[in-house]
Design a protein around this ligand. Structure first.
Ligand SMILES: Nc1ncnc2c1ncn2[C@@H]1O[C@H](COP(=O)(O)OP(=O)(O)OP(=O)(O)O)[C@@H](O)[C@H]1O
Ligand SMILES: [Mg+2]
Length: 250
């Protein structure tokens, strides 16, 4: 990829479900290696943006480009190839409850057609090591704490060495120590591996810690976008949102 190519680019994206107009002309580009946090009230359409980028949903209008390719124009095979470059930590981690930690992390590799068990084992152990969870690979998700489950979700998302990571509320429901661990991993993946990251969170402290940039989504459009310090200072909406004083009915 050309370094100047935006990693993710949304142009005039509108998304509608029947009468419900979720997005009304969303525009943003994410540069390689950046950590951007998307803020916005519940129901404002944040998770939908991540799903559009994954190609799990198609916008009603506009273009969603991932690594220079408009994913709304790809067929299933091309879409699958593009998804290899994207890791997603779903809201609630979404592990397979009947599979061991090892098989959860190996899942994406097997899905991609990897059959070399030696290689799978090496990658799974390396990824679990990255998230600080060595030695729990035989456990089932039900035997883990919330923070551990999120970290297994991270290891799984990282298994295919993505260039892009999407995090949907990665620290919701975690204690401060577990939150800190997840935040540090998000920062580490970005700094050490140059992974472009888009984080959706309601946790303002985490959003401050991990982000280079904030975007605020409200009533279908991005109403503030820029470096964290700058938008915190310059945007009245961001200041009100962060302090809980902003009344925005969606
Ligand atoms: N598949 C769907 N069909 C119809 N409506 C949907 C669908 N998915 C989401 N919605 C609606 O779109 C709106 C935005 O949903 P979304 O999940 O993106 O919100 P969100 O900003 O992530 O909220 P939260 O912070 O609570 O997770 C909501 O009103 C939701 O009910
Ligand atoms: Mg959501």
């Amino acid at each position: 990829m050309n370094y100047a190519t935006p990693t993710i680019e949304l142009s005039n994206v509108s998304t509608r479900f029947g009468q419900l107009e979720v997005h009304r002309g969303i525009n943003f580009t994410l540069k390689p290696g950046e950590v951007t946090t998307l803020l916005g009230p519940s129901g404002s359409g944040k998770t939908i943006i991540l799903k559009l980028i994954m190609g799990l949903l198609a916008p009603t209008a506009g273009a969603v480009k991932v690594l220079g390719r408009d994913i709304t124009a790809l067929d299933e095979t091309e879409l699958r190839q593009t998804r290899v470059d994207i890791g997603m930590l779903f809201q609630g981690a979404a592990l397979f409850d009947s599979l061991s930690v090892f098989e959860n992390v190996a899942y994406g590799l097997r899905e991609r057609g990897e059959r070399d068990e030696e290689k799978i084992r090496a990658i799974v152990h390396e990824r679990l090591g990255m998230v600080g969870l060595n030695g729990i690979d035989r456990k089932l998700p039900a035997q883990l704490s919330g923070g551990q489950r999120k970290r297994v979700g991270l290891a799984r998302a990282l298994a295919s060495s993505p260039k892009i990571m999407l995090y949907d509320e990665p620290t919701t429901g975690l204690d401060p120590t577990s939150t800190r661990k997840i935040d540090d991993l998000i920062i580490k993946f970005s700094r050490e591996r140059g992974i472009t990251s888009l984080v959706v969170t309601h946790d303002i402290q985490s959003a401050r810690r991990v982000s280079d940039r904030w975007m605020l989504l409200s009533r279908g459009v991005i109403v503030a976008d820029g470096p964290v310090d700058e938008v915190s200072r310059a945007s009245k909406q961001v200041a009100e949102f962060v302090s809980g004083e902003w009344k925005d009915e969606v």
